[in-house]
Ligand binder design. Structure first.
Ligand code: ATP
Length: 209
């Protein structure tokens, strides 16, 4: 990475526990850069992203308060690869730049970048190491159904749109097993935190040499 900062890419399938794990790192004072939050910011009211979408698709994509009608946008790009490509070409560079800006602005020893589709969107090129939160698909289904009140079929649909568990694990530098009780996460996070602090210190030494 060109930034003088050690960056950990945290990922995992739907409801694997990314947010839960990220918040444990935050308890140690580590800054989080959250791709989902940034993805919303780049199309917020008054943003260049929203203006470009309005120009391209028209005003029907806006709600009465001027914000983006996300479901209308989804309908526009669903089953339309050309429009989806246009949208991705617009938003992905903006999201990428904002993530790098936030890494640069961070003052913690290292940074955790939380990116649900880290590998799918090739954002692993932005990070120094990858950390996958892992649970079995059956648990992903039950935890999502419980959290979001959605049907099994809806979760299965989302699962099918993401990388498989095996593909994700094959790409991971480190793995956190989140199939047990919450308490079991804490020790795994602490061990990794100590490891990342060491890598960050090594990076600093190399930079200053
Ligand atoms: P998404 O991909 O949908 O953004 P996520 O990967 O960030 O989800 P979380 O929101 O952290 O996942 O966790 C998903 C759900 O599972 C939440 O309701 C959370 O409270 C619950 N959960 C997380 N870890 C555990 C655990 N070890 N035991 C039981 N429930 C858990």
């Amino acid at each position: 990475m060109s930034l003088n900062k050690y960056v950990v890419g945290l990922t995992g399938g739907i409801a694997s526990g990314k947010t839960t794990v990220a918040n444990l790192f935050a308890e140690y004072g580590i800054d989080l850069v959250d791709a989902d939050i940034i993805a919303r910011e780049v199309v917020s009211i008054g943003s260049d992203g929203l203006k470009a979408i309005e120009q391209h698709f028209g005003q029907s994509l806006l709600l009465t308060d001027g914000s983006l009608d996300r479901s209308a946008l989804r309908a526009q790009v669903f089953d339309n690869p050309q429009q989806r490509l246009w949208l991705n070409n617009l938003l992905h560079p903006m999201i990428r730049q904002k993530m790098l800006d936030q890494v640069q602005a961070s003052t913690s020893s290292y940074v955790i970048m939380v990116v649900p589709l880290l590998f799918e969107n090739h954002l692993d090129s932005l990070v120094d190491t990858t950390l996958v939160v892992d649970i079995a698909p059956e648990l992903q289904i039950s935890r999502t159904m419980q959290r979001d009140g959605v049907s099994k079929q809806q979760v299965e649909h989302i699962l099918a749109s993401q990388m498989t568990r095996e593909q994700r694990l094959a790409k991971a530098d480190n793995i956190i097993d989140n199939q047990g009780e919450y308490e079991l996460l804490r020790s795994q996070v602490l061990r990794l935190h100590q490891q990342y602090l060491q890598h960050a210190a090594d990076l600093e030494t190399n930079v200053n040499d």
